[in-house]
Design a protein around this ligand. Structure first.
Ligand SMILES: NC(=O)c1ccc[n+]([C@@H]2O[C@H](COP(=O)([O-])OP(=O)(O)OC[C@H]3O[C@@H](n4cnc5c(N)ncnc54)[C@H](OP(=O)(O)O)[C@@H]3O)[C@@H](O)[C@H]2O)c1
Length: 329
């Protein structure tokens, strides 16, 4: 059987287990040009929730469809040239055991790297951190770099890449334990618990020379505080807005935009990681080398069992993860 989670209905406010519906159906048969894939590792991303809010960089989720999500899987049967049983592939076939996928929607991956690396650090997560920081943020040695959701998948890699780039690195995260972990284990210079309140004052204390690059994963109060501390010609890389995904109605944007953007000549730029996929090989090779050399600790947070996918996603909005959260199927 093919076990699936369907997207059942739009949440009113926060997502809950009733946002999803479990079902079991027959394993699909691949047609000419298709490949039957079996899910091995399912990526849980804050964006999964944002896709419920309406059209984003992709179409909105429709109730009744299989819940979407990025997957690493294995080819079971191929009716397309270039794919053979046992190949490791990535694609967006969502929260289910099997899918018959058009071959053009699959990307072959190496069988040499562990699946835990292919689901995040050597894929979307690592590439987002790499291109968002280095290309959009453009850090220079000696800069102060602030990153929010710093103990999460993207944030934990951004901080470590910024250290490699010779920067002073500050993170924000929920809770003192996570903040201590960022400094002790991941080499951050300082970390601020945004849930403790007074985030502007706390950040000002640990960024005495201001902020040159802010890698924004959260929007919300941390963005407000960062804007006030940005240096002249600072760069804000807008990666995501996780503080506003799991809500009934997103809060209005910061009052300091555009005033501080003008007076401080700040460049605030959004990006989607796919924008950089023509340079994917180069970035993955560097990330793999930094991980192998121990310069980046690639943190993965594995939850076992497809049946636990809803709770694993809900947990992202409660901050229960450290590093890249994925479900092993
Ligand atoms: N632009 C792109 O192409 C791209 C690609 C991938 C991801 N993203 C974005 O990158 C960001 C991080 O994604 P990720 O996959 O690395 O997830 P993640 O950081 O591993 O997980 C989400 C984290 O967000 C924090 N969080 C939850 N609610 C929050 C709130 N109200 N305010 C502040 N922090 C909150 C939680 O940590 P705490 O305990 O610290 O609260 C949680 O661990 C998201 O905004 C995502 O949409 C963008």
């Amino acid at each position: 059987m093919n076990r699936q989670w369907l997207y059942a209905k739009p949440p009113a406010g926060k997502i809950g287990k009733d946002t999803f519906q479990w079902t079991e159906t027959a394993i699909p048969q691949p047609r000419a040009g298709e490949v039957l894939v079996r899910t091995r590792m399912l990526s849980l991303d804050p964006a999964n929730r944002a896709w419920m809010m309406g059209k984003t960089y992709r179409d909105a989720l429709e109730p009744g469809q299989v819940m979407s999500g990025f997957v690493i899987g294995e080819v079971v049967e191929s009716k397309a040239p270039g794919f053979a049983p046992g190949d490791i592939v990535e694609g967006d076939w969502g929260w289910q055991d099997y899918a018959a996928m058009p071959a053009r929607k699959l990307t072959k991956r190496t069988a040499d790297a562990p699946l835990e690396m292919l689901i995040g650090p050597l894929s979307v997560t690592g590439l987002t951190a790499y291109f968002g920081l280095l290309e959009v943020g453009q850090p220079k040695p000696g800069d102060t770099v602030l990153v929010s959701a710093a103990a999460g998948a993207v944030g934990s890699m951004v901080g470590q890449i910024a250290k490699i780039a010779g920067c002073r690195v500050v993170g924000t995260a929920g809770g003192q334990d996570k903040c201590d972990w960022l400094v002790r284990e991941l080499g951050f210079d300082a970390a601020v618990d945004y849930k403790a309140g007074g985030v502007f004052r706390a950040l000002r204390a640990v960024c005495p020379d201001g902020i040159d690059v802010y890698f924004d994963n959260t929007g919300g109060p941390v963005l407000d505080a960062a804007l006030g501390l940005m240096n002249l010609k600072g760069r804000i890389a807008c990666c995501g807005n996780v503080s506003q995904y799991d809500v009934e109605k997103p809060a209005p944007g910061p009052m300091a935009v555009p005033g501080l953007i003008v007076t401080k000549r700040i460049r605030m730029e959004g990006f989607i990681v796919m924008d950089f996929y023509d340079r994917r090989a180069e970035a993955e090779a560097r990330l793999a080398r930094w991980i192998a050399e121990g310069r980046i600790k690639a943190m993965v947070d594995i939850v076992d069992g497809l049946e636990r996918a809803p709770e694993a996603l809900i947990g992202l909005f409660e901050g229960t993860n450290r590093g890249k959260r994925a479900v092993r199927v």
